[in-house]
Ligand binder design. Sequence first.
Ligand SMILES: Cc1cc2nc3c(=O)[nH]c(=O)nc-3n(C[C@H](O)[C@H](O)[C@H](O)COP(=O)(O)OP(=O)(O)OC[C@H]3O[C@@H](n4cnc5c(N)ncnc54)[C@H](O)[C@@H]3O)c2cc1C
Length: 434
Amino acid sequence: MSESRDSIIIGAGIIGSATALALARKGWRPLVVDSLPASGYGSTSASCAIIRPYYSTVDGSAIAYESHFYWKDWSGFLGFEDERGLARYVNCGCTVLKTEQNGQLAATMAIMDEIGAPYEELGPEALQGRLPVIDLNAFAPAKRPEDADFGAPNGQRISGAVFFPPGGYITDPQLAAHNLQRAAENAGAAFRFNSRVREIRRRDSRIAGVTLEDGTALDAPVVVNVAGPHSWKVNRLAGVEDGMKIRTRALRHEVAHVPSPAGFDFEHDGTVYSDSDVGAYCRPETGNYVLIGSEDPECDPREWVDPDDYNTEFTEQWRVMVMRLAQRFPELGIPGQTKGVVSLYDVTDDWIPIYDRSDLPGFYMAVGTSGNQFKNAPIAGEMMAELIAACEGGRDHDRDPVTFRLRHIGREVSIGFYSRRRAVNPDSSFSVLG
Ligand SMILES: Cc1cc2nc3c(=O)[nH]c(=O)nc-3n(C[C@H](O)[C@H](O)[C@H](O)COP(=O)(O)OP(=O)(O)OC[C@H]3O[C@@H](n4cnc5c(N)ncnc54)[C@H](O)[C@@H]3O)c2cc1C
């Protein structure tokens, strides 16, 4: 290695790039290595990039609400102009249906009250006023299309929804990662692409560095695993899995892009929309499209895959998601031609990420982002930098967890919440909702 680097980050996705920026701002000189040709080309590029404050836990919600303020002032946060321009935050808010599945959102509203996040309850008329194309029949539980009752109302009515103003989406998630890359480079980080890590080396029971596929050996006293859906493979290379109670694995997912329901301009008048009654979520997309994802209802099989060997073609999942949302928006057409993305989540046992050290001194991980951490990337990066600086300074984070200040909302969170040694969090939704 021709230049001296004090840390190596494996993965230049949104989280790896944010970690590089935060470390560089603390005076480190990280080198980010990625097997792909550019930053954000992994699962980040497929992200729906939805920003929303509601999670199933108080800490998860507080961090998500805080992230809204980072994205609102993206240019100020970066403090650097990217020659490709900046990713844009469309702050259209989020509408979540009150359903039996989410307990009419009572717990969610209690969490919002606790963290001081604004929201507005909408009765059926107000909801229909905002979304005139909506059908307020209830269809739960979500079903497979081969079920004879698919699409048949269950006799109940949707009682309303909650609107969350601090939310929306980022127009170009890959560009957001590139923005972070440029800001990190400006602060002293370096990026090396087309470089796959094939070996992780130790010396005297501490991390020593990594070796790339082409044989290049890169030495550094700190290595961070931010490899997205490949995280378990990188943890295995480092030999740290035995010290983890929570594990990660790759889950295949499809996202559908379809034209707006007839008679409604979803791009300009729509919001992020979550519907646990039919088991789907969606958001506006450029060109008056709707981008549809699955909320993983119980009736659907989960496709755990090898991140180096999985089906990248659309399957039945695509059509099922569109049909489910078409129950709610009857004017939504189901195109014959599939459009959207096929990608992978890096999922933990409780769908809450791991931002932590490992049992191998000098080896850290920001993994298991479970399809819901794009929004939190700037904060995840800063938490990782605090954690790494504290641990390298001699702090035992496992016994005495490092805390992190959410400066916009005036709260403190324990990074121990994301420990690799935690028990499975029973408050989790055990789904992409986190
Ligand atoms: C379909 C989909 C929809 C999503 N929607 C949302 C959403 O609406 N809101 C939200 O907040 N989150 C969402 N997410 C989640 C979010 O996008 C991810 O949590 C986030 O992008 C993960 O970023 P990352 O940097 O950890 O991983 P990645 O972007 O996957 O980056 C990991 C990088 O590591 C590299 N790598 C792996 N192994 C090696 C190796 N051995 N050597 C070198 N490099 C390696 C890869 O090439 C890759 O570039 C979604 C995810 C998906 C897939």
